[in-house]
Design a protein around this ligand. Structure first.
Ligand SMILES: Cc1cc2nc3c(=O)[nH]c(=O)nc-3n(C[C@H](O)[C@H](O)[C@H](O)COP(=O)(O)OP(=O)(O)OC[C@H]3O[C@@H](n4cnc5c(N)ncnc54)[C@H](O)[C@@H]3O)c2cc1C
Length: 466
């Protein structure tokens, strides 16, 4: 596309984190782009467990000044404008309202700020999720706008961890496990440790060997007191009084009040935004059977943590990277004509989880490979992103390599080689069978709906662009 386009369309991206910046980099030449992000910075949230025990690291390594990156260093080229503001309402399919947040630390004073309007030809919602540590509500966590305020908050948790004699980590997912690993790594036997999870094992959702090794590592520590499985934590019950500091690592929320006015039927109860197979926003819950004719907004897309898709992909950075290619193709198809590309029915679960500095796993679907370099591998990917965003030398090159598209189909969709160890696993077989059933169901729905028969999609788009 690029220069051959007579007039570039206006694309607005809401959210300047992983999903927003990855897609921005992919389409920066093809549109006039406005990125609306409520914060003045990008944070490498994956290293939050480390940031909470190392403030210097948080301030110097884990954050990027977005104004410097986009408007001064022009890391994404000349066609991109950065607007610091919180989107408050998507008014219709060509305009939205936002409140400028530059200079604000938190929502104090936000109510006095006048709303402004922004027009778009295409919109992509990348508003992700909200991660509460010990903040009371999703809104509290979602209305931190400045790096100053975020640093104050991280420092608060850092100081509480530092002064506590006994620590309870609430949540046995990857963030809980990595946080406990980081705290033990820093304080060793100086403190006593406990962990509570409402699941029957740590790292639920990952292969069992990983859970076992992490549990054995923690429970083998001299000052590790209790691992509570299948239990809910309630701050009111006595358990919390026994501990000096309870660190909540209990998962994420969604905060999408900007959908509540005109797009209320496009979100589920948790605030996740429904998308169809092209990542276009729709009022059809993709996890439910289609009834009647769903309304789809051709020019409004959503991907990343914020969206709920029929693929129900794992929400992490590799999955965002993988899906961003489809989103790019479809943005271009809608803007300039072309064939829409369907999302795959599955992306592989690629993850890296560590529980101590030199112990961790690389995970591919149901295969977990123990190794001593997990943390190093994670740091290397972080460095790749951060050196690009901070306009450091080699940044562009490393980022290009990371983003190089490899067209492997998911392990779940291709017939796996019989010697592949993951094909032997029960969970793999179950998930594969479930996916095949889902594909069969979608295929039969498409058969019934002449609009979506193969070959028709291209014509539909051509007609629309005419
Ligand atoms: C503690 C933690 C550790 C993690 N560790 C890993 C890991 O090790 N590896 C991995 O692959 N994944 C990890 N993840 C998951 C990964 O970080 C997410 O999948 C990823 O951040 C999602 O990116 P996103 O851009 O979709 O959303 P987000 O990162 O949530 O970003 C959304 C952006 O939109 C902005 N925004 C929201 N609402 C508005 C609005 N109304 N107006 C303007 N801007 C708005 C937000 O300020 C934010 O910048 C971790 C997540 C957490 C919370």
């Amino acid at each position: 596309m690029g220069n051959s386009q007579p007039q570039r369309k206006k694309l607005v991206i809401i959210g300047g984190s992983f999903a927003g910046l990855l897609i921005l980099d992919k389409v920066k030449e093809d549109f006039d782009i406005t990125l609306i992000e409520k914060k003045d910075h990008f944070e490498w949230i994956c290293s939050l467990p480390h940031s909470m025990v190392d403030l210097d690291y948080f301030e110097n390594e884990a954050t990027v000044d977005l104004k410097q990156c986009i408007s001064v260093d022009r890391v994404f080229g000349p066609n991109v404008e950065y607007l610091q503001g919180m989107v408050t309402e998507i008014a219709d399919d060509h305009s939205l309202k936002y409140k400028p947040t530059e200079g604000l630390d938190s929502d104090q004073g936000l109510q006095d700020i006048e709303e402004e309007t922004c027009q778009f030809d295409l919109l992509i919602i990348c508003t992700g999720s909200v991660y509460k540590i010990n903040e009371k509500s999703a809104k509290d966590a979602a209305t931190i706008f400045s790096i100053k305020e975020r640093t104050r908050l991280i420092k608060k948790y850092h100081d509480r961890i530092d002064s506590a004699k006994e620590i309870l980590v609430v949540g046995g997912g990857s963030t809980g496990v990595e946080s406990l690993g980081e705290i033990i790594n820093k304080y060793g036997d100086e403190k006593e440790y406990n962990m509570i999870t409402n699941q029957d094992r740590l790292l639920h959702g990952f292969p069992e060997g990983l859970s076992r090794r992490a549990s054995d590592y923690f429970t083998g520590k001299r000052t590790f007191k209790d691992l509570h499985l299948n239990q809910y934590f309630s701050p009111e019950n006595n358990q919390s009084e026994d501990h000096n500091f309870s660190l909540m690592c209990a998962g994420m929320d969604y905060y999408t009040p900007f959908m509540n006015f005109n797009f209320k039927d496009c979100v589920d109860q948790r605030g996740r935004i429904f998308v169809n197979q092209y990542f276009q926003v729709t009022n059809q819950d993709p996890t439910q059977q289609e009834i009647g004719h769903p309304k789809t907004y051709d020019n409004i897309f959503c991907y990343g943590d914020a969206c709920l898709s029929c693929m129900q992909e794992v929400k992490n950075v590799p999955a965002i990277r993988e899906t961003s290619y489809t989103v790019k193709k479809n943005l271009l198809a809608i803007a300039y004509g072309g064939k829409l590309t369907k999302m795959s029915y599955a992306v592989d679960q690629v993850a890296a989880v560590y529980y101590s500095k030199w112990r961790g796993f690389l995970v591919l679907n149901d295969l977990a490979i123990p190794n001593c370099a997990t943390l190093l591998a994670k740091k290397s990917i972080e460095k790749t992103f951060m050196s690009k965003f901070k306009n450091k030398c080699c940044g562009k090159f490393r980022f290009c390599i990371y983003n190089f598209q490899v067209n492997f189909s998911s392990c779940y969709l291709n017939t796996c080689c019989c010697c592949c160890p993951c094909s032997k696993r029960r969970r793999y077989k179950e998930r594969r069978a479930a996916l095949r059933a889902l594909i069969a169901q979608h295929n039969s729905e498409e058969e019934k709906n002449p609009l979506f028969k193969d070959g028709q999609e291209e014509r539909m788009i051509e007609l629309k662009s005419k």
